[in-house]
Design a protein around this ligand. Structure first.
Ligand SMILES: [Zn+2]
Length: 304
């Protein structure tokens, strides 16, 4: 297993070397006059591509369809982080990225959670096997209004780093903010006047969404989607979900729905998918994935 991944990494390094040999690659941090941005996970890739536009080259560390929390970096990806102009990431989501930024990109990492008002990890709602040491909940991208703040600040940061293209970055940041503000308005309206406000989710990714739209998240797992909840935690969630007359247990596309299915059978509820948008959706983008989430929430919560 280890040998195989090492071989794959070596192959990746060799491929990059070949590309350099053919004269494609530019100097460190800039490819053909463009700002080089490394995005740790999909929502940040989406932001960086929108705001960077034709003035930036965006490299995504997490490939589509990959659950990002347990991401391991190849030597080629670490080398890319060492050479990039800016790493956009969220601290405490992907330990491998945190470590690589600390060791290889000091001063070039932008932790987007540091740009917005954070909320504590829902420690009281977490079961066993949590990382638990994160002071705040890192899932800031699930609130479009916080995403809009991040968009503006990312635009400013890119404008400062590459003054020749400052207007482009700021204009595209403003257009992104407009789209996020429209989404935020739709979600505010769509999630007011619901008959329930309790959402049971497989991992506690939706704290900021709940914070913004006055919902209450009951996370079966903590911030690690792969953690197995203890029987005691499952029983506790089942009890609360019954009290709250929860109709739907949410699972997510990239994590086994087994736990959600067990729980929904136990309390006689349905299951539905709520996307933490940590990976690139199979179709569409951040905005359309959030609109699908809105629709799933409206059905589950009985919103008029
Ligand atoms: Zn998560």
């Amino acid at each position: 297993m280890r040998t195989a991944s090492l071989l794959a990494a070596l192959t990746a390094v060799l491929t990059v070397t070949t590309a350099c040999g053919s004269g494609q690659a530019g100097p460190a941090g800039a490819q053909g006059g463009k700002t080089d941005i490394t995005a740790a996970m999909y929502p940040l890739q989406w932001l960086a591509e929108r705001i960077g536009g034709p003035d930036a080259t965006v490299t995504a560390l997490t490939k589509p369809g990959v659950e990002p929390h347990d991401l391991e970096l190849s030597p080629a990806q670490v080398a890319g982080i060492e050479a990039t102009g800016l790493v956009v990431y969220v601290k405490d989501v992907q330990p491998a990225v945190d470590e690589a930024v600390e060791q290889h990109a000091a001063g070039r990492g932008l932790d987007v959670a540091s740009l917005v008002k954070t909320i504590p990890s829902s420690a009281g709602e977490q079961g066993e096997g949590e990382t638990g040491d994160a002071a705040h909940d890192p899932h800031v991208w699930l609130d479009p209004s916080r995403m809009a703040v991040i968009a503006t600040k990312l635009g400013d940061r890119l404008a400062e780093a590459d003054p020749a293209h400052a207007k482009g970055y700021r204009d595209r940041a403003a257009a992104t903010v407009a789209d996020l503000t429209t989404l935020d308005g739709e979600m505010s309206r769509g999630l007011s006047g619901c008959s329930s406000t309790a959402i049971v989710t497989s991992h506690a990714a939706f704290g900021y969404l709940a914070d913004r739209y006055k919902l209450r998240q009951i996370g079966i797992n903590g911030i690690d989607p792969e953690a197995e909840p203890s029987p005691a935690r499952l029983a506790e969630v089942a009890k609360v979900a019954k009290q709250e007359k929860v109709t739907t247990i949410f699972s997510e596309a990239l994590v086994s729905p087994k736990v959600a299915e067990v729980l929904s059978t136990e309390i006689g509820a349905k299951t539905a998918v709520l996307d933490p948008v940590e990976s690139q959706p199979a179709n569409g983008d951040y905005l359309s994935a959030m609109r699908q989430n809105l629709s799933a929430l409206q059905t589950a919560l009985g919103c008029s």
